[in-house]
Design a protein. Structure first.
Length: 75
């Protein structure tokens, strides 16, 4: 399970973190990022759609990214 604090931080700072998401998943479009709007499930959905990952792989990628992003002291 994803840390709810990580998810809350990402949602709350989406204007900043969306750029990090684009770096991580370059196939995400501006329309994708607008649709995602910091929502974990939407980001996972778009990662699956753009990269062809299964649900488990996309979830693991999200967890790894979210953990690294929030642990990196992006303040």
């Amino acid at each position: 399970m994803t840390n709810p604090i990580e998810t809350k931080v990402i949602k709350g700072r989406w204007n900043q973190t969306q750029h990090e998401a684009k770096k991580q998943w370059s196939k995400l479009t501006e329309a994708d990022l607008a649709y995602i709007d910091g929502e974990k499930d939407r980001l996972i959905e778009k990662v699956r759609e753009r990269y062809g990952h299964d649900a488990e792989s996309a979830e693991l990628e999200y967890k790894s990214w979210a953990s690294a992003l929030t642990a990196g002291g992006d303040r």
